[in-house]
Design a protein around this ligand. Structure first.
Ligand code: HEM
Length: 434
């Protein structure tokens, strides 16, 4: 039986997944809440499932479930009607409406703002460390940065950002960790806030990515035809798809670099060389930083699994396994990106596998998914990491983990994966695990 809330499993689920992968294309697993699910853990099979229309993204209608009757429940239901919960042709229509807004040019234009946000956050982290640390880098850096960046994407005025950050934090937390009513209040506030924001953008388009989502014509030259609540759900999807994932990427990359100082030194040296060589077109972060980011995405997939899929009919996999109709299926990206058939020595963190060499680069990882729902924000997430990680280690030389590795708590559950806290100091290194 699999207990996703188990803290040891959350910290290191990889041996369990390796066992499943050895058993076949998909394994039926009993979950601690009494339900069952099919887990797909191999690289080839993961790609096949993610591009197969028989695996639907539309959440099942739960029989007997009461209609949402509180404002918070209604808000939650309205905000869930987004494209990640849709199949073709509905998904294709919604996805088309986003392509102009998420063009490489528009995303790259966010670079200077991200640099500024990173600088401000790091100034604060530096002050706190100077005051005697330790400081939690998740709370002070890896969490606020993606939320602030989504604030830029959505064109949220500066004055509203701390409210957005607070509601985001609350709806991402378990209800019992919050004061009574706080979660319900956050759902309703988010709905109200986004409704007003959309009305604003419709009336007065600004120079943000969300305004172009609202106004820019699609490939056919026609103005975008968003239905009333679709934009609301889209704003919510951008917020939620973009913050916890990127937070985990930043936190996991930082942790891996603290544990592998030789990789940090190599990335920093490469950047200095890149700066000196103005003909090098790899950008300010250098090829080695890019390789660190790709290898972190592979080795510590920020989304452990995709969103749940449901089979619309019985599906026979290449090894003969039959997944019955109406089954819940989870593609475990973390496991697929450590498939030994694809990646030699898959459990080792080795950024060099993403540098071009005689044998070419390693296979692309699956951290951003595959097929029609491939991550819309992949370019933005990479940009954030390329700005944030070099700046963090430049601004705070001598950064050290302040807690033994085996004491770092990880988020429970099968969806996201990353350290929940990352206490650091500028002092002596924490004792190495035995
Ligand atoms: C390291 C950071 C990120 C990771 C690892 C990640 C990963 C993923 C994955 C695996 C999916 C597909 C899920 C599935 O098939 O069930 C996805 C979808 C999506 N992501 Fe990301 N994501 C990241 C950052 C972002 C950011 C920054 C944004 C936007 C600002 C974003 C927006 C989206 C959207 C809108 C979808 C749905 C696409 C669709 O349904 O067609 N993501 N992401």
């Amino acid at each position: 039986m699999l207990d996703p809330a188990d803290s040891d499993f959350a910290r290191d689920p990889y041996p369990f997944y390796a066992g499943l992968r050895a058993r076949g294309d998909a394994s039926r697993v009993s979950l601690s809440n009494g339900s069952h699910a099919w887990l797909v853990t191999g690289y080839e099979q993961a790609r096949a499932v993610l591009s197969d229309a028989r695996f639907s993204n539309v959440p099942p209608r739960r029989a007997g479930r009461p209609k949402p009757d509180s404002p918070a429940e209604r808000a939650r239901a309205a905000l869930a009607k987004h494209m990640l919960n849709a199949d073709a042709p509905e998904h294709t229509r919604l996805r088309k409406l986003t392509t102009a807004a998420f063009s490489p040019r528009r995303v790259d234009a966010l670079g200077p703002r991200i640099e500024l946000l990173v600088k401000e956050l790091l100034r604060d982290v530096g002050d706190r460390l100077a005051a005697g640390g330790p400081v939690d880098l998740v709370d002070t850096f890896a969490f606020p940065l993606p939320v602030l960046v989504i604030g830029e994407v959505l064109g949220v005025p500066e004055a509203d950002r701390s409210a957005l950050r607070e509601w985001t934090y609350r709806v991402g937390s378990p209800a019992d960790a919050l004061p009574p009513g706080a979660l319900e209040d956050a759902w309703s506030s988010l709905r109200r806030y986004f409704t007003e924001l959309i009305a604003d953008k419709r009336a007065t388009p600004a120079d943000d990515l969300f305004s172009s989502l609202v106004h820019e014509p699609g490939d056919d030259g026609e103005p975008p035809d968003w239905q009333p609540e679709e934009l609301l759900a889209m704003a919510f999807l951008l917020l939620f798809a973009g913050y916890e994932t990127t937070m985990n990427l930043l936190a996991s990359a930082t942790l891996l670099l603290l544990r592998h100082p030789e990789e940090l030194t190599a990335a920093q040296a490469d950047r200095i060389a890149t700066r000196a060589d103005r003909t090098n077109r790899t950008g300010p972060a250098g090829r080695r930083w890019d390789a660190v980011i790709e290898e972190t995405l592979r080795h510590a997939s920020p989304l452990e699994g995709t969103t749940w899929r449901r089979t619309t009919e019985a599906v026979t996999l290449p090894d003969g396994t039959v997944i019955p109709a109406e089954s819940s299926v989870l593609v475990v990206l973390a496991a697929a990106s450590r498939d030994p058939e694809r990646y030699p020595d898959p459990d080792t963190f080795r950024p060099a596998r993403y540098l071009p060499d005689r044998d070419g680069r390693a296979a692309p990882h699956l951290a951003f998914g595959h097929g029609p729902h491939y991550c819309l924000g992949a370019r933005l997430a990479r940009l954030e990491a390329r700005v944030a990680l070099p700046a963090l280690f430049d601004a705070l030389p001598g950064l050290r983990l302040a807690t033994p590795l085996e004491e770092l708590p990880y988020r429970p559950g099968l969806l996201v994966r990353g350290p929940r806290t990352l206490p650091v100091t500028l002092g002596e290194p924490a004792p190495r695990p035995r």
